[in-house]
Write a protein that binds this ligand. Structure first.
Ligand code: ZN
Length: 177
C-alpha cells in the first residue's frame, strides 16, 4: 500500500468512527457538538468537550476544548464556542441562542454562558461523568454550591452518545489536566 493510500485509509477510518459516535445522538446539534469534540481529541487539543451555539435553527458558533493546544486553562469548549459566535454575529449578547455541549458546563463556563445571555444549555455527559474520566469539575462544582439553582437553564440530552465519546477519549489515554 502506498503512503497516500495509507493516509487516505486512516482519514476514512477516523471519519467513519466520528460518524458512528455522533450518529448515536438524536439531536442534530448534539451530533455537531460531538463531531467538534472528536476533532479536538484526535488533534490532541484537549478534553472531549465540543460545543455549538444555535440561533434560529442555525449554528452560529462552534468550539472545542483547546486547553493543551493553546496552553490556556480557560480554553474550554463552551468558551471557544461563545467567542466564535460573538465574533460571527458581531455581538457580545447571545440572547435567543441555545448551546449544545458534550459535557455539563463547569462553573466557569456556566457563568460565562449566563454573561453571554444564552437562553438554554443542553449537555450530554453530567458533571459526575466528567469526573469519571479524570476532570475536576465535580470538586469545583461542590465548592461553588451545586446545580439545583440552574435546573431551568441546564438540560441533559443524548447522554449515551456523549458517554461513547468519553469512552473513546479514555481509550486514547490522554493526559488529564
Ligand atoms: Zn468549562
Amino acid at each position: 500500500m502506498s503512503e497516500l493510500e495509507n493516509v487516505t485509509n486512516m482519514v476514512n477510518a477516523a471519519n467513519t468512527e466520528n460518524l458512528l459516535i455522533s450518529e448515536k445522538a438524536d439531536n442534530p446539534y448534539m451530533k455537531e457538538a460531538i463531531n467538534e469534540a472528536l476533532m479536538g481529541i484526535k488533534n490532541n487539543h484537549g478534553g472531549p468537550f465540543g460545543s455549538v451555539v444555535v440561533k434560529d435553527g442555525i449554528i452560529v458558533g462552534r468550539g472545542h476544548n483547546r486547553v493543551l493546544f493553546n496552553t490556556d486553562s480557560t480554553a474550554h469548549g463552551e468558551i471557544m464556542a461563545i467567542r466564535d459566535a460573538e465574533k460571527n454575529l458581531g455581538n457580545y449578547d447571545l440572547s435567543g441562542c441555545t448551546v449544545y455541549t458534550t459535557g455539563e458546563p463547569c462553573p466557569m463556563c456556566l457563568f460565562a454562558l449566563m454573561w453571554a445571555n444564552v437562553e438554554k444549555v443542553y449537555y450530554g455527559c453530567t458533571i459526575a461523568d466528567n469526573s469519571e474520566i479524570g476532570f475536576r469539575d465535580e470538586k469545583l462544582d461542590n465548592m461553588s454550591g451545586g446545580r439545583e439553582k440552574f435546573k431551568d437553564f441546564l438540560e441533559c440530552i443524548d447522554r449515551e452518545a456523549c458517554l461513547e465519546l468519553f469512552k473513546a477519549y479514555k481509550n486514547m489515554n490522554h493526559k488529564i489536566y
